[in-house]
Design a protein. Structure first.
Length: 340
């Protein structure tokens, strides 16, 4: 099979169009919600998600906390679905993120959040899903049906929706203007040649994926895709956290994929990459100096991780096939995870 013949390839290639649809369709709804949030002044934000959507929730945590100062935390879904505990969430924004909007434990958590007094906002791809019906407000992802088990365009759409919501909430006109350029930048990012990474990881057994700040969300997502589509054991860490124990496993030739974006975290991430190279690690750096083996495009620093993951998806699809896997049919996995 050729890389371009997989559903993963075709669906990831649709991300620029999906983001363009989302930004246009949700513009007024996001602005209205932003106005309501400025009036509400939520005391906290709680995110609710699983899998790739939970990685999008990590992105939301960094954007909300740095943009608004409002404490943002991820819900432990088993608290409501298994332990039947009712949270007290008056004055809280509850942000539920899902491609399908059908996972039983997520729905149980959302129902409990509503009973607890939260304002529930759903970022969901299926507008006819149970999650969309439960939510007080819905910002559809407009990614169109996603059939490959591995989420790609829906993940990118979720990140774009989060950025649009936070830009509207904080009235960040610069971020809103840069978001309008994102579909075109994503289209260019899809053409970036990351084949050196596929060649160097073809026979790998383990690797680390590092990011920091808003880039940590795409490090988590990349690590999941390595496991899910490539049969490659990968662990994601903050570029700061890796010093606390995980560094002990880094020996000569140990592969490390590092994501960097041009914000306050960049200097420390690049310094970490240099330190890993000094230890003999095989470092693949996405971001930073233009001479890197992995070419990247600049954008608003908040949006650069979205651009990076678009280039990554094309490489991961090719790597999956090179390692003898089918990226559309990972073993033991289904599109909708029926966790209870």
């Amino acid at each position: 099979m050729r890389p371009q013949d997989t559903r993963m390839f075709r669906e990831a290639a649709e991300a620029p169009a999906a983001v363009a649809r989302l930004l246009a369709a949700n513009r007024e709804a996001a602005r209205a919600l932003g106005e309501d949030l400025r009036a509400l002044k939520p005391r906290a934000v709680v995110t609710c998600a699983r899998g790739s959507s939970d990685h999008a929730a990590t992105y939301a945590k960094y954007l909300v906390e740095t943009g608004t100062g409002v404490l943002t935390s991820s819900a432990a879904l088993s608290v409501s679905s298994v332990y039947a505990t009712e949270p007290r969430l008056e004055g809280v924004l509850y942000l539920a993120i899902s491609q399908s909007g059908k996972s039983p434990d997520l729905l149980s958590a959302v129902e409990a959040a509503k009973r607890g007094g939260a304002l529930v906002v759903a970022l969901v791809n299926d507008e006819a899903s149970p999650l969309a019906a439960l939510a007080d407000r819905t910002l559809p992802l407009h990614a169109s049906p996603e059939l490959s088990v591995a989420a790609t365009k829906s993940y990118i759409a979720a990140l774009a929706a989060i950025a649009q919501l936070v830009a509207a909430w904080t009235q960040d006109e610069r971020l809103e203007a840069e978001l309008d350029k994102l579909p075109e930048v994503l289209a260019r990012a899809w053409e970036m040649d990351w084949s050196p990474a596929a060649a160097r990881l073809k026979d790998a057994h383990n690797l680390y994926v590092l990011g920091r700040g808003v880039g940590y969300a795409v490090a988590q997502e990349a690590a999941l895709k390595f496991k899910e589509t490539c049969g490659l054991h990968a662990e994601a860490f903050s570029a700061a956290e890796v010093l606390h124990g995980p560094m002990a496993l880094v020996t000569a030739g140990f592969p490390v994929l590092v994501f960097a974006q041009a914000d306050e975290s960049e200097a420390s991430v690049l310094e970490m990459a240099k330190g890993l190279e000094a230890r003999g690690a095989d470092v693949l750096l996405a971001g930073g100096p233009p001479s890197n083996v992995l070419p990247t495009l600049g954008a608003h620093p908040i949006l650069e991780p979205i651009v990076r993951i678009q280039s990554f998806y094309r490489m991961a699809n090719a790597l999956s096939l090179a390692r003898g896997h089918d990226p559309d049919r990972p073993p033991h996995l289904n599109k909708v995870t029926e966790t209870v």
